[in-house]
Write a protein that binds this ligand. Sequence first.
Ligand SMILES: Nc1nc2c(c(=O)[nH]1)N[C@H]1C(S)=C(S)[C@@H](COP(=O)(O)OP(=O)(O)OC[C@H]3O[C@@H](n4cnc5c(N)ncnc54)[C@H](O)[C@@H]3O)O[C@H]1N2
Ligand code: MOO
Length: 405
Amino acid sequence: MEPQPHTVESYRDAVLRLVNALPPEHIALDQALGRSTAEAVTARLPVPAFDNAAMDGYAVRSHDVANADRDRPATLTRLSYVRAGSSLPQALHAGEARPVMTGAPVPPGADLVIPVESTASGRFDDSATVEVWPSGRANIRRRGEDIAAGALVIPRGATLGPRDLALLAATGHDGVLVHRKARVAIVATGDELSSSLPDGGIPDSNSVYLRAAIASVGADIASTLVARDDVAALREALDTAARDADLIVSTGGVGPGTHDLAGRLAAEAPGGTLATVAMRPGRPQAHATWRGTPWLALPGNPTAAFVSFEAFVRPVLGRLGGGAEHSGTAAETVSVGWESRPGAVRFVPLSVGGDAESVSVSPFGPPSHASHSLSAMFRAPLIAMLGAETADVRPGQLVRVIEPA
Ligand SMILES: Nc1nc2c(c(=O)[nH]1)N[C@H]1C(S)=C(S)[C@@H](COP(=O)(O)OP(=O)(O)OC[C@H]3O[C@@H](n4cnc5c(N)ncnc54)[C@H](O)[C@@H]3O)O[C@H]1N2
Ligand code: MOO
């Protein structure tokens, strides 16, 4: 173990130094949800793409209706219809009204669209003339008035959500340059994972959790391996994992036990460290580069593996994918306080109370046992992340919370 414990921040910086953003690739928008842009994207097409009608109505010249009102409508010659998808109609001449549907190109020369409600009949019909009066609005959406051609649409390093994809499509893109998806190998360690239940064996819940958590941030699973507590077996699993992955995440074997081998192997590997981090749970952590592949060795306790994912794996995956390296946190008000000791960042499962107007949080179950309790840490809707300086938590205090994967 290192003499000086790491803070959560200093350990996160150390593991972030293991990785760089993966190379870019150009992919179809349909494939791009959750990926991060490798370059800033500008509009190929303006929005709107051409001057178009904002209402179903009549395109007219404002001069022709300047003195008209509901009691004295202007009588104009009705032309044929134009609808969304029609090509640009001929220029409008004095005394003419062109029926235009919402989204249709507005004929050159027209500077007003009068909604069909502002006509004498109040509906579209086939008569030769139409009686209209101005509605008070132009009802024309001008080319580029929303987004000009060439304007910045999405900055570099943005993680693409459904609205971003719609913006890209609307501005003339069918694909986007994003960072390649990270491929992650999972290595669960421990003889208990291979033993039979109930004879000393336990279910490998860490692999199930990690597979899902990694998938939930948009990375791919390269492989899932289980290694017994044996140096040769662990080396072999790591060799296999390193062959086809951008990152190896292991769980277990970072404690001081006789069969805790992952931490020792990591400490001996290039750039490797077995560290103590001032956090509960998740205190022992290790990392290294194994045959050229970055490796994060998380503790085996399932709750420790979970908070280690939030604190370290998520940021590393963020950097690999070219996106955000910090997960979002929010501040919530405490309704029922609890006893806490400073000196380490503490992850505390919380219940959420109150209503939509004023949310408040309180401990989820008895706080003293919560950090290793699956029934609390894996069922609580929110997890507080208390700074290492935080002593007792009091009602009315704000606490930082994470919404876990
Ligand atoms: N003498 C000390 N003992 C321990 C210390 C310490 O400082 N001194 N630290 C404790 C802390 S804190 C943690 S965390 C653990 C670290 O343990 P390891 O990373 O070595 O993990 P294991 O010993 O392999 O397993 C711990 C626990 O988790 C269960 N486990 C392991 N893998 C899985 C899996 N894939 N799915 C579900 N559960 C798993 C395992 O059976 C153990 O019960 O060390 C403490 N001890
Ligand atoms: O820190 Mo250990 O990670 O308490 O479970």
